[in-house]
Write a protein that binds this ligand. Structure first.
Ligand code: NAD
Length: 297
């Protein structure tokens, strides 16, 4: 049995912590929100009263927080994880954050003698509940080897993406690609309709031709061809457009700081920002089809 401090018990963190409990591990949880603390207590976790208390006396600390500023706040400073964890504690941050914050926090952890990995996920709340998340982990080999058995309980696939921050880097590159492909597929359906081609006909052709991709053949943004896709349930998420927008902004920042030229990533961010500012950020990200098709005016 491993003792795990779990900080950030929201939509993703709570079900992830529940899977650790189910696997027989001891979880000491902390969240700023009382409702989250109570939900974790009801699931069998011990509840800490502070970040420092959650970090002390455990073998592993897992964090699942909204953004880079929260991760910096939780790990750094006198009240943070790094100042309070016992020597030898393994640190795992699964939040989706900017690469720079991930690398800064990992550097501070390494300098203080801790093994740390950034291990963001894809798979959403459904994947967190089912324990089938994909983890993209960044950090030294030794830290990754220690983290893998813990990640394995919460996930179905664990990939070592390289050194510190590379988990975050891989995740935002993947999601930028996903946004671009979803917009591309949506535009193809918009044009095909204007040209008098049925959705199903375009699907049958493109899903077996050079245009095929996951956004088309598994997550089709028009109702009909893929019964399980969000298009068939009023575009309820799934993966919300606002979450995609967050990841596209992280990709934009990363492109700016590295000098990478990502014109389609930037255009995708514009389009998702419009979807969001028009009040539709809660739709699944495949709802971009409705905007491009003029259904949201
Ligand atoms: P959430 O807002 O539901 O949960 C975050 C939790 O962190 C909240 O309960 C909040 O109270 C807590 N928190 C914030 N600051 C804290 C602090 N200083 N100390 C303790 N607790 C604090 O968000 P979520 O949907 O669980 O997402 C968490 C992370 O996972 C995000 O980085 C998100 O981008 C990523 N992610 C989410 C999904 C998804 O579908 N929800 C999918 C993949 C990745």
């Amino acid at each position: 049995m491993t003792k795990i401090g779990f900080i950030g018990l929201g939509n993703m963190g709570l079900p992830m912590a529940k899977n650790l409990l189910k696997a027989g591990h001891q979880v000491k949880g902390f969240d700023l929100a009382e409702a989250s603390r109570e939900a974790a207590r009801a699931a069998g976790a011990e509840i800490a009263q502070s970040i420092a208390e959650a970090a002390r006396g455990v073998d592993v600390v897992v964090t699942m927080l909204p953004a880079g500023k929260h991760v910096r706040g939780v790990y750094l400073g006198g009240d943070g994880v790094i100042a309070n964890a016992d020597p030898g504690t393994l640190l795992i941050d699964s939040s989706t954050i900017d690469v720079e914050s991930a690398r800064d926090v990992a550097k501070a952890a390494t300098e203080a003698g801790f093994d740390m990995v950034d291990a963001p996920v894809s798979g959403g709340v459904g994947g967190a509940e089912a324990g089938t998340l994909t983890f993209m982990a960044g950090g030294p080999d030794q830290a990754f080897q220690r983290a893998a058995p813990i990640l394995d309980i919460m996930g179905g696939k664990i990939i070592h993406a390289g050194g510190p921050g590379n988990g975050e880097a891989a995740k935002i590159c993947n999601n930028m690609l996903l946004a671009i492909s979803m917009i591309g597929v949506s535009e193809a359906f918009v044009l095909a309709r204007k040209l008098g081609v049925d959705d199903q006909v375009l699907f049958d052709i493109s899903s077996t031709s050079s245009g095929r991709c996951w956004s088309l053949d598994t997550y089709c943004p028009v109702p009909g061809p893929v019964p399980a896709s969000p298009a068939n349930r009023g575009y309820q998420p799934g993966f919300a457009a606002d979450m995609m927008l967050k990841d596209l902004r992280l990709a934009k920042d990363a492109a700016k700081s590295t000098g990478a030229d990502t014109p389609l990533g930037l255009k995708s961010e514009d389009l998702y920002a419009k979807l969001s500012s028009d009040g539709h950020g809660g739709l699944d990200f495949s709802g971009i089809f409705k905007m491009l098709n003029g259904e949201l005016r």
